[in-house]
Design a protein around this ligand. Sequence first.
Ligand code: WT7
Length: 642
Amino acid sequence: MNYKTNYMSNYHIKHLEEYYQVYRKSIREPENFWEEVAEEHFMWRKKWDNVLSWDFSKPDVKWFEGAKLNITENCIDRHLVTRGEKTAILFEPNNPDEAAEHITYNQLYERVCKFANVLKAEGIKKGDRVCIYVPMIPELAISVLACARIGAIHSVVFAGFSSKALSTRINDSDCKMVITSDGSYRGSKAIDLKGIVDEALENCSGVKSVLVAKRIHSDIEMKAGRDKWLQPLLDEASSDCKAEIMDAEDPLFILYTSGSTGMPKGMVHTTAGYMVYTAYTFKNAFQYKENDVYWCTADIGWITGHSYIVYGPLLNGATTVMFEGVPHYPDFGRFWEIIEKHKVNQFYTAPTAIRALAKQGNELVDKYDLTSLKVLGSVGEPINEEAWHWYNDNIGKKKSPIIDTWWQTETGGIMISPIPFVTPTKPTYATLPFIGIQPCLMDENGNELKGNQVDGRLCIKFPWPSIARTIWGNHQRYKDTYFSAFENKYFTGDGALRDEVGYYRITGRVDDVIIVSGHNLGTAPIEDAINEHPAVAESAIVGFPHDVKGNALYGFVILKDFGETRVHDNLRNEINQIITEHVGPIAKLDKIQFTSGLPKTRSGKIMRRILRKIACKDISNLGDTSTLLNPEVVQEIIDNAL
Ligand code: WT7
């Protein structure tokens, strides 16, 4: 076994010239480049036979084929000699009066091994799918790593999702087990998570066992033969667990993301490429140095948390903060209080949080000492100029660069981002491609737009190590969604422009996905939920600008009986209630307009473009509506717009 401790030192990009040099090498000789990174910085049980094979037309991508490894040996075991007593996970509870918990690498090793042994004792084997529906408590990170330890495929479902969303995801990937907790704390609220799991499992016959962590100590029902408290099992378990040796391309996890139509897509990430890319990007995008304290405020239920709370930081032997609560509890100063308390050096959050906090003014910011901060990150949606400046001026005090990191669940890691202290930043620009990433912009006819000062659809021309390999159970859909719009290219679904120096600015989705508070919401599942309401005949959802959430949802709803006598406000509440049950509270509509019809093409497709313009109060140029099946409805919708 090969314990390298001084890894990454050569791979710390320090100035712009070096960025261009390394970037050019990574593009000209991608295989040599990634082989060197992989060679020097990780612990392999066996090295690869082949660095890369790929064919976007199938699509088929394989990195480090033939290699054997376990990612948890790289996240934990490898650090024990030099960093055993260093804090790996720093848990900050919801309640500021509850003590923070420092979990060292030694302790993390023990806790992951114990958990892995419990999974094994419950019959979980390599390749089995385990659903993790746990709030932001240490057990969430530990259960993720415990699955990886034994080669089980984790499928984390954000613990804010509804029981229906949960059961859909459990069934789609045939999970055998669910890991959850008795409940969760979010600000002043306690949420009955186990009740949601019970409801979901009424529709999931494949789930044989449920492990329950104690968090809120509520009195919950435990179903005999199915549900078990986690702690007594952990107490009994051995604190050593041999890591399952995985192939480079064995699936590591499934994570669901919304599409513009249909079911959520279970994106499959595999082991070696994901490891190499998340480790490398974490190190460089955050300029992480030994003894820094790094904090990403995302939830591990999203890809940001997978790659940049758990895997990326731990692969670098970092200290990663895990925060259970919300930015406004007990008040809007909580983030700043935590930065002061733990002397956070790198802080990574979402534009929606920045906007919400900026609205509160600076009194709560100025109360705290933020001088520890070195790097500020932003992710999840475009950051508008005002929020960028507020973040830069008041949080970073104009000395901590903002890295606006563009990437996706599908890309596994950061794709376009400044490197702090290296790439000069520019408000609202994600700037330059990361090392190894070859973006391009395409016009609607499928031609690549060369040169600068162009805008088009953002694609990627060449595979990178952490690209998702497929959609669980539906490779055809993977191909159709990402590889059929433009030949031989991965299509991101985003529009972007490239400025005169080659910086990229992401302009937003060009499909029917709407990003609300950084959450990726497909219109289809929300419309399906609304249509479940007995009074509803049809509906269409579009986004409109919102000063905190980025976008909010506007629903156009046709009632079965337009003369419906019930009070419309009640109906609006009922519709939002159904959405909460089917999708989750994040998908609630801010505006609901009842209408007698929706603008449709002659083939019956709803013209969302028109609805979007009306919702955005931009009706000066609706384009040609004469080809609509029912052009008269447009005026009615405009007249009644909210
Ligand atoms: C979509 C992916 C990547 C983790 C969180 C979201 C949008 C993401 C940015 C950014 C502009 C961004 C894109 C992308 N997005 N980061 N820095 N600037 N837009 O992951 O849920 O898979 O969503 O989020 O539209 O396609 P996701």
